[in-house]
Design a protein around this ligand. Structure first.
Ligand code: ADP
Ligand code: MG
Length: 728
């Protein structure tokens, strides 16, 4: 066998192993720590294996007997690999993953030590979960939350713990996590897309959403980062003057990866490989100290889990390599922030990518059907889509330094625009034979060739079609992918059902052919989608005005954007699909608004503390040095001292000016915070933080950054941008 071999560093949980490198075998070791389909097949008898395969494929209920068999198999597999504990692993609305480890060890009735893990422990647990954000759902009912096994995402061993992917719901069955609505949306999308795909292939059984994320991040020296309370508490720098050199030379982008970062990546890749995360690409990003990692795409549910797991692995391995990994969307101002492009497509169970043009015109009509309907869905729900990616941290990223604008538009490229222009000309009703031949030969027949060079150069489009998938680029680096993907799945599911109903309506006319009906329906859609198509410079003033005229949600605040979940058409969408109940939507909006407020509250406090306790005292210390200097000059030069001390005295004065501005600013910010804190309504509070508190961040920072340029470098208390970004 021709195995790929890579250099890598030793195990994640072996602390003495930092510097030992060894060779590993990708094929043999891939997914070694995953209880995947292969492991299931090996450890179950044939009947049980077939039964669980059916459960996974159809999303049906699992019997207790089968759960017991799987639990036994899982336990002995995990024990054979040295696992001592198990946990239900879930993704609450905190944005991080959650685990509560239980030992496999138990006591028998006769007080003997036994190993205990059966179907009931596999299927359901009740973590004491009252401290997870629930947006009020659990206050009015019981304060209990339950985790329930998701058999569509395989269990894995992380450290010495068997992790069982689960959903997290309240006593009354309401979603308290990101995974529950995701799974609901995937099943709705499957239903709607399968029906439409059957126009083209009657045997279509199932349609999956596929997801490939591109994770951007910064790697910063841990010791330097430790000098920055802002990085530790908020994940970003709240102050710091731009470094003389930033990213203007573009010399980091795709450059040779620094050795220390590379050894971090190698270990990260090895651990990912064991966990079955198919990481493939690594490279330097645009900003100094910024990198990207991307896997091979997978079914969306698994891909979401893999991203959430990866973020945790990244933190652990970075720590081991004396790095701090920054997943915040905008850790440094003035240079690029970090996003997480979500590449999304649809795949049938026989492996056909529905957003990939095929060899025949009919295949391409199928491609156009899914392509155009996705754009219609985005047009119908652009505000909601935007609502799914906004946060206090992404707000700092969107709209500058190469990040997409916070206005949703779709990029499709010149050639596909031409195809749409041509399609728009088809006649109503039955198409003439000549028209059909022309279309098939010259328009849709040529799609595969023209798609080859479909690229979006400026990369600032928030939602771009890139050859055989859509790329949602507005998603932030920290965001749980389930959030935007749940919305995307839902809006496309809704649109495909509408489309299907309309085509079926046309087909009630017995003379109407299927492809004519589809052509007609697509033509009608094209008229509308022009509103959301945009290929130009997202940063231009004209686009911002233009977008407003087109009725696209203009760049309002994050609290406003969050409320899109409660717009009547969003409620109709989610209730109709049973992805979210109205109460679940209200609770999510509540949580998002609260998270926004907390983020700004913490930033405001941290900024005030650093400004008053670190910056002002340092500035005063430097002033004292200057004062001593001036006094000394006076002693030496007597009356003439002023000509020698003029500059020093000027600096003294400037420092006093900045100190005054900082101190005033912090005082005013605190009183605005106090006022905002008195507001009861979450939206009002978040908006007050946005409008009245946040502006102080910039003004306070401005004066701190000015002081950084004035004060003696040797006493400056915080690591500077040039040190954070350029120490390797
Ligand atoms: P970029 O030019 O944006 O870096 P790449 O071609 O490297 O894009 O692909 C980026 C991501 O898109 C990868 O994670 C890849 O797995 C994913 N991707 C490719 N095809 C699909 C698909 N059909 N569905 C979902 N993701 C996909
Ligand atoms: Mg990309």
């Amino acid at each position: 066998m021709n195995s790929l071999r890579f250099e890598a560093l030793n195990g994640l949980f072996n602390n003495n192993s930092k510097k030992t490198s060894f060779v590993y075998d990708t094929e043999a070791e891939f997914a070694q720590n995953v209880f995947n389909d292969l492991a299931l097949q090996k450890s179950l008898n044939q009947d049980a294996y077939q039964e669980i395969s059916k459960v996974i494929f159809k999303g049906t209920k699992i019997s207790r007997a089968l759960a017991d068999q799987i639990a036994a198999a899982m336990r002995s597999w995990a024990r054979s690999k040295g696992a001592t504990h198990y946990t239900h692993w879930f993704q609450p609305l905190t944005g991080a993953t959650a685990e509560k480890h239980q030992s496999f060890f138990d006591l028998s009735d006769a007080s003997q030590a036994i190993e205990q893990f059966d179907g009931s422990q596999l299927v359901q647990q009740e973590p004491d979960a009252s401290s997870f954000p629930s947006g009020g759902i659990r206050n009015t009912f019981e304060a209990r939350g339950y985790t329930a096994w998701d058999p569509t995402s395989p269990a894995f061993i992380y450290g010495k713990t068997l992790c069982i992917p689960t959903i997290f719901v309240s006593y009354t069955g309401e979603a308290l996590d990101y995974k529950t609505p995701l799974i609901r949306s995937l099943s709705q999308l499957d239903k709607a897309a399968t029906e439409v795909a059957r126009y083209f292939d009657k045997n279509t059984q199932k349609v999956y959403a596929t997801l490939g994320w591109e994770q951007e991040y910064f790697l910063i020296d841990k010791t330097l980062a430790a000098s920055r309370p802002d990085l530790i508490l908020t994940g970003r720098t709240l102050m710091g003057h731009e470094s003389a050199k930033g990213q203007q030379l573009n010399d980091h982008y795709f450059g040779s990866i620094p050795a220390r970062a590379l050894s971090f990546m190698q270990e990260l890749e090895y651990q990912s490989l064991l966990l079955g995360i198919p990481v493939k690409t690594r490279h330097n990003e645009v900003a100094p100290a910024q990198f990207e990692l991307a896997p091979i795409f997978e079914e969306a549910n698994l891909s979401v889990d893999h991203n959430a797991l990866l973020l945790d692995v990244m933190n652990k391995i970075a720590d081991k390599h004396d790095f701090m990994v920054l997943l915040h969307e905008k850790p440094f101002s003035g240079i690029n922030g970090s996003g997480k492009h979500n590449n999304w497509s649809l795949k049938t169970s026989s492996g056909i990518n529905l957003l990939s043009p095929g060899k025949t015109p009919m295949n391409n009509l199928q491609f156009l059907t899914f392509f155009i309907n996705t754009i219609v869905a985005v047009l119908n729900h652009e505000s909601l889509l935007r609502g799914s990616i906004v946060s206090a941290s992404n707000e700092l990223r969107l709209g500058s330094d190469e990040a997409p604008m916070p206005i949703i538009s779709v990029f499709i490229g010149e050639q596909l625009t031409d195809v749409l222009n041509n399609l728009e000309q088809v006649s109503e009703g039955k198409l003439s034979p000549k028209e059909k031949t022309d279309l098939k030969l010259n328009v849709i027949g040529k799609i595969p060739e023209i798609l080859l060079d479909n690229t979006d150069q400026n990369r600032t489009s928030p939602f771009a079609f890139t050859g055989n998938k859509f790329e949602f680029r507005a998603v932030g680096s920290k965001t749980n992918c389930a959030k935007p993907i749940t919305v995307l799945n839902s809006i496309v599911a809704e649109q495909l059902s509408i489309f299907k109903a309309k085509v079926d309506g046309r087909l009630e006319n017995p003379k109407m052919k299927k492809d004519d009906a589809i052509f007609n329906e697509l033509r009608d859609s094209i008229k509308h989608i022009r509103t959301i198509l945009f290929e130009g410079d997202g940063y231009s003033e004209t686009w911002i005005k233009n977008a407003k005229k087109r009725g696209l949600n203009p760049a309002t605040s994050t609290p406003d954007a969050i409320k899109a979940y409660l717009a009547p058409k969003s409620i109709t969408l989610f209730k109709g699909l049973k992805v979210f109940s109205e109460r679940e939507l209200e609770s999510r909006v509540e949580v998002d608004l609260q998270q926004y407020t907390y983020a700004l509250q913490i930033e405001g406090r941290a900024l005030g503390d650093i400004a008053r306790n670190h910056i002002i005292p340092t500035a005063i210390k430097y002033q004292n040095t200057l004062i001593d200097n001036v006094k000394g000059l006076k002693e030496i030069y007597g009356k003439d001292f002023e000509s020698h001390a003029k500059e020093q005295m000027l600096i003294l004065e400037r420092i006093s000016g900045h100190i005054a501005q900082i101190n005033l600013g912090v005082g005013d910010m605190i009183s605005e915070r106090k006022k905002a804190n008195l507001l009861d309504d979450s939206y009002e509070k978040a908006s007050a933080y946005h409008k009245l508190v946040k502006p102080y961040f910039e003004s306070i920072r401005y004066h701190c950054d000015k002081l950084e340029l004035l004060v003696d470098n040797s006493i400056w208390p915080l690591a500077k941008y040039r040190e954070l970004l350029f120490s390797r």
